[in-house]
Design a protein around this ligand. Structure first.
Ligand SMILES: Nc1nc2c(ncn2[C@@H]2O[C@H](COP(=O)(O)OP(=O)(O)OP(=O)(O)O)[C@@H](O)[C@H]2O)c(=O)[nH]1
Ligand SMILES: [Mg+2]
Length: 338
């Protein structure tokens, strides 16, 4: 019933472009809504602000639970705002069950940043479809850029494939690691290390400094063995401490250097363009699928075939073909009726 008032898209867009945070928050809620009407309105809204998007550096950040992400973001965010930049912190959290505790913890761990007038901290929507959650975050990034935020920090818990999803919506990918914990413990199979533009060994303070430096040389050697990345950027390894502030300024300068280099080589825009196209394909699949599912009988068809595919009675390929044919017939019938 709350939804009976149709939000005014023009005034939402205007508020966002003026940098009004209350309006920005309302708009994010609209984007995150799963209701079909809201999704149409979201598309309309995004259309109205698209001219003002793109002017930020989008940083993805990941690491196993407890590595120090929230504490790092707090310090890093304060540094970046100290440099006169506005920063928005978003999270992509597909495993909301697993990390419920962390989100609650973040409210206290990012206390200073949350109150900073140049910062905007927004926890993620929860959702079961990882791609969907990340793509909504892609839209939220657009809203934040239109609202004047120049630095985007997209956090994800390093527990699974969410790293790939975040990599696909960001410019620079930062992997936080603990010194001394085995690779397996940190869940970094080759893949995640290969995605990283920088590895930061956290908690390099007190008794831990030695171990952090050892881990840094270890990963520096490891990264040399990887093939060069498409961006032409050589991934860096640094140590940092959110307690002493060590490495924080260095990390920000490194990200600025990356942006300069990737912009000059053309990779920066090429990569974003590719990300947009990938996203467009995903979106198109989604709208097609939901259009299909609007036909009650086709919906039943889908679930029954899904069951058969699961039991191995029919191949996925021919089941999909059957659904496509049924979809074409349903559309034709609908046309001949109208
Ligand atoms: N000594 C030291 N401790 C730190 C540092 N950064 C974080 N910690 C501690 O490590 C613990 C975990 O830090 P968080 O920032 O909550 O880690 P996280 O990666 O956000 O954890 P999740 O949200 O559970 O994924 C906390 O007890 C922090 O106080 C650091 O630079 N030095
Ligand atoms: Mg955290």
């Amino acid at each position: 019933l709350k939804q009976t008032i149709r939000p005014n898209i023009n005034s939402l867009a205007e508020g966002i472009l003026q940098g009004n945070r209350i309006v920005l928050s309302q708009a994010i809620t609209l984007i995150e809504s799963k209701l079909e009407d809201d999704q149409k309105l979201s598309a309309e809204l995004l259309e109205k602000i698209i001219h003002a998007t793109g002017n930020s550096i989008r940083i993805g950040i990941t690491g196993v639970p407890g590595v120090g992400k929230s504490t790092f973001i707090e310090k890093f965010g304060m540094h970046v705002t100290g440099q006169g930049k506005n920063i928005a912190v978003l999270t992509v959290d597909p495993s909301s069950q697993l990390s419920k505790g962390s989100i609650l913890g973040d409210k206290t761990r990012m206390e200073e940043l949350s109150k900073n007038p140049k910062a905007f901290v927004r926890p993620s929507p929860s959702g079961s479809i990882l791609g969907g959650v990340a793509y909504k975050t892609h839209d939220v990034i657009a809203l934040c850029e239109a609202a004047g935020f120049e630095v985007m920090l997209i956090e994800t818990v390093g527990v699974g494939q969410s790293e790939v999803a975040v990599k696909n919506i960001t410019d620079f990918f930062l992997l936080l690691m603990l010194a001394g914990a085995g690779d397996d413990l940190q869940g970094i199979k080759k893949g995640v290390t290969e995605m990283a533009d920088a590895i930061v060994i956290t908690k390099a303070d007190g008794d831990n400094i030695k171990r952090a430096n050892a881990a840094m040389s270890f990963y520096q050697q490891g990264l040399h063995l990887l093939p060069p990345s498409a961006s032409g950027w050589n991934p860096k390894v640094l140590t940092s401490s959110a307690m002493t502030g060590k490495g924080i300024a260095e990390i920000w300068n490194m990200i600025l250097a990356y942006k300069t280099q990737a912009t000059a080589s053309g990779f920066f825009l090429r990569n974003r363009s590719l990300q947009n196209k990938t996203r467009f394909k995903y979106q198109f699949e989604q709208v097609l699928f939901s259009d299909y599912m609007k036909f009650e009988t086709l919906k039943e068809n889908f679930f029954s075939l899904e069951q058969h595919v699961g039991e191995g009675n029919i191949s996925a390929a021919s089941a999909a073909e059957k659904l496509l044919q049924a979809y074409h017939r349903a559309i034709q019938e609908e046309r001949s009726r109208s």
